[in-house]
Ligand binder design. Structure first.
Ligand code: JFZ
Length: 443
């Protein structure tokens, strides 16, 4: 009898299961939290700004950004050249007849990212200028209308899969300077909401749908910031709902609605090149540039040293955040040599020190300026990693460390002594032979 009852109960459960399948429920705006784990472990990703603006390399008609002779010209951001250096619509949109990246080799891009230690790649599928890097069914302002013709995203996605990188797309869901109803910079007349709604329904939402259906991305990178914008909480949720209904893995960043991201986004996006000084209550990342500009700028010589960028990476890692480092490819499809050199330097450092970064988590130790910590469980126990960004004679850890301590790169043993509740680590001067960050592994 008991067994019979059990069978009935089981059948009952099964039926509930059937009913649920056949009547689709409201899509949840929340993603299964387990889908964010890869992002938390990844730490380091490649951002890429590439499009029609790459042809101009930050200069137009004898003017180079930043150029304060234009009221809005005071910025290095080369992808903003159209409204900032007042490039006429016809000229700018006509660049579509010139964009021909014949040297595009996505395999080599992804190999550089992989060798640099990066675990994911995010490219501008469409930036504010409205130009789509894929063959879009929604708009002809796309790669299919260029002399190159061929879709740029599919082979990049294939290369990411081949080398085991996650991939995502930047999609400018709000600003669109080509669409007659898209949002424009604040110094243009405000696009009335009913017009914006036309762009939203005709281009923005359908292109996001297209990107998910065609390429199945691991994340979508939307972009709003402090300017007054058209992304109301209703539109924000409409877009989140669309993404959730089409993908059960695609992460959404906080800039979908910067000032009011709500509870259903998957990670927070900092301001450009902004590094928080404290832990945050959600996964997060800093989008960062190698030059001042995002898009390749031929006269922006402000390349950051690899060592400084590693410090940003380590700073973020020690506080549970990611570092999304941008490379702006040239219009012909090649990566700038200074970018490649920096990626390789960072990769070489991560080859020997990556154990302390990837898959690690923050500690709650307060350390002096320039010293960072992470922790991680490895087969030989729980390790504490200490990053020393400049020479110091000793480090004090507010915990009792009873095991051993060594320089991660070389295995050189380092002395520790427990004093009360603290451990004092004495550092020989000889471990600071060059200006790279020295990592200690202690337990
Ligand atoms: C946005 C884009 O406009 C820019 O071109 C680039 O793609 C970057 C990653 O994201 O940049 C911002 C971010 C913040 C502000 C302006 C532009 N802001 O706070 O004024």
């Amino acid at each position: 009898m008991k067994r019979l009852a059990a069978i009935f109960i089981l059948l009952g459960f099964l039926c509930v299961g059937c009913a649920e399948k056949s009547t689709p429920k409201e899509v949840s705006l929340k993603l299964d939290p387990s889908k964010v784990e890869w992002f938390k472990d990844a730490k380091f990703g490649m951002f890429m700004h590439w499009g029609l603006y790459s042809i101009l390399e930050g200069s137009y008609n004898g003017h180079t950004m930043p150029d304060t002779t234009f009221p809005q010209g005071n910025t290095w951001y080369a992808e903003w050249i159209k409204p900032r250096l007042e490039v006429p619509d016809d000229y700018y949109n006509g660049l579509i007849n010139e964009f021909n990246p014949v040297k595009y080799d996505p395999d080599s891009w992804v190999k550089e990212a992989k060798n640099a230690g990066m675990k994911y790649l995010v490219i501008t599928a469409k930036h504010h200028d409205g130009f789509a890097l894929w063959d879009s069914d929604v708009s002809d302002f796309d790669i299919a209308s260029t002399p190159y013709k061929k879709d740029l995203l599919a082979p990049l996605v294939a290369a990411c899969k081949k080398y085991g990188l996650k991939y995502g797309f930047y999609y400018s869901h709000w600003q669109d300077w080509e669409d007659p109803d898209g949002a424009m910079p604040y110094w243009y007349p405000w696009r009335p909401d009913e017009d914006f709604e036309k762009y939203w329904q005709r281009k923005s939402l359908p292109q996001v749908k297209e990107l998910i259906e065609k390429f199945d991305p691991d994340l979508l990178w939307f972009d709003t910031w402090d300017w007054e914008n058209h992304i109301t909480p209703e539109r924000r949720d409409e877009l989140i709902r669309l993404v959730r209904s089409l993908s059960d893995k695609c992460l959404i960043n906080g800039r979908i609605c910067y000032s009011n991201p709500g509870d259903n986004i998957d990670f927070l996006e900092m301001h450009d090149n902004a590094y928080p000084k404290e832990m945050l209550d959600k996964p997060w990342q800093t989008p960062a540039t190698m030059q001042n500009s995002w898009a390749y700028h031929g006269k922006d010589y402000n390349w950051k040293p690899a060592n400084r960028m590693l410090r940003y990476l380590v700073n973020n890692t020690s506080m549970g955040g990611n570092y999304l480092l941008n490379v702006g490819p040239k219009a012909d499809g090649t990566l700038p040599a200074p970018a490649i050199r920096r990626l390789r330097e960072m990769g070489a450092w991560l080859d020997v020190n990556g154990e302390a970064v990837f898959g690690s988590s923050p500690t709650d130790y307060k350390m002096p300026e320039g010293i960072y910590t992470t922790q991680k469980e490895t087969p030989d126990g729980k390790n504490l990693y200490i990053f020393l960004t400049s020479p110091v004679p000793s480090v004090t850890v507010p915990a009792v460390l009873s095991g051993k301590c060594e320089v991660l790169e070389t295995g050189q043993p380092i002395d520790m002594s427990v004093i009360g509740e603290e451990t004092v680590i004495t550092l020989p001067e000889s471990i600071f032979k060059d200006d790279s960050i020295v990592v200690l592994r202690c337990h």
